[in-house]
Write a protein that binds this ligand. Structure first.
Ligand code: SER
Length: 338
């Protein structure tokens, strides 16, 4: 254990090295992190993109593609050491407990989502980082929020630990920016759909599980009811929103809490209908569980005009394009792995 004063001196004596411009992804083995690391490595071959997580990934290709650090975002000294070791100037901090998991363990959900956020914010405030990305979520909205075409600014009364932590985190982003000039970028992710890695512990996870079950078993039991519409996005667009927002000219980033970003919305019945166009035999039934209540408090569609105006956000995939791509890629993946 390093004494606090010694710890602070160590930080003070190692200011940011402006020659090094490398990138660190925290929470890199998760649904977003896996694809973000792969994309950043392709996009920035001249930079080191360091993947980090609480434990290594089982995906060998991912692990062999560049440096990996075992890192607990709750350990600030460890974060500092990794930043210095690799000459990091940008951090994408994706470590979080998602909505359904955090409801089962509220204390730890709050701790991880807030203290991890502060550790990275503070490294930036102390001058060790130039820019950071931290994702917020549609979970910041709540039962009193307008459900359709939810605006950038409106009533926000989240009723989950995850949503409360994300809303508080957004306010801290803005505070650190205004008070200390921390250059933080953030978008509110809708439900994210991907085939490369699985989501973990979210209310929108049904929209990924359904594809696996459709291909393996031809049927799916949804844990959300047939008409529960939620805003969703295909992973390539989520990666684009993430990187575009971090790399945008600072003057364009007028919102320093977090931007609404949208792509499309559907309910389980509509998603099943889109899958049936390719797999006519596919069947769905419904058995809502505790996640139904979480979904009931969230928007059904998102107005992301502010992000479109400010830094040129746009999505590429609509529902049908996403379904086609998911089925193609997942069939190939499952044929190889099973
Ligand atoms: N996909 C997340 C969840 O369901 C929302 O950001 O928890």
């Amino acid at each position: 254990m390093v004494h606090k004063a010694v710890f602070q001196r160590r930080f003070a004596s190692q200011p940011f090295n402006f020659m090094a411009e490398n990138i660190l992804v925290v929470g890199a083995c998760g649904q977003v992190g896996t694809e973000l690391v792969l994309t950043l490595r392709e996009k920035h071959p001249n930079k080191i993109v360091v993947a980090s997580d609480i434990k290594p990934s089982s995906n060998e290709e991912f692990m062999q593609g560049g440096p990996f650090e075992t890192l607990d975002v709750l350990n600030k000294e460890q974060c500092f050491d990794v930043v210095k070791k690799h000459g990091i100037s940008q951090v994408y901090n994706l470590a979080a407990l998602l909505s359904a998991t955090a409801e089962k363990n509220p204390e730890f959900g709050w701790k991880l989502n807030m203290e991890g956020h502060f550790n990275i914010l503070d490294l930036a405030r102390e001058g060790h980082l130039k820019r950071i990305f931290w994702p917020s979520s549609i979970a910041v909205f709540g039962p009193s929020t307008p459900k359709q075409n939810t605006p950038q600014d409106c009533i926000m009364d989240p009723s989950t630990v995850y949503g409360i932590s994300k809303l508080a985190g957004e306010r801290w982003c803005e505070y650190y920016h205004k008070r200390w000039g921390v250059d933080i970028r953030s978008v509110r992710y809708p439900g994210l759909i991907s085939y490369k890695s699985l989501p973990g512990g979210g209310t929108t996870d049904y929209a990924v599980e359904i594809f696996y079950e459709a291909i393996k078993n031809g049927r799916y039991t949804s844990f959300l009811g047939a008409d529960t519409a939620l805003p969703m996005m295909y992973m390539p667009d989520a990666i684009k929103a993430t990187i575009d927002s971090l790399e945008a000219d600072p003057d364009l980033m007028k919102v320093r809490s977090s931007y609404n970003v949208g792509a499309f919305s559907f309910n389980p019945e509509q998603l099943a209908g889109a899958i049936k166009k390719h797999m006519p035999e596919f069947e769905i039934d419904y058995n809502p569980d505790f996640r139904q209540q979480i979904a009931n408090g969230w928007p059904q569609s998102i107005n992301d005009q502010t992000a479109r105006n400010d830094w040129g956000w746009s999505n590429e995939y609509d529902l049908d394009a996403m379904v086609f791509d998911m089925l193609e890629n997942l069939k190939r993946k499952l044929a190889v792995t099973e």
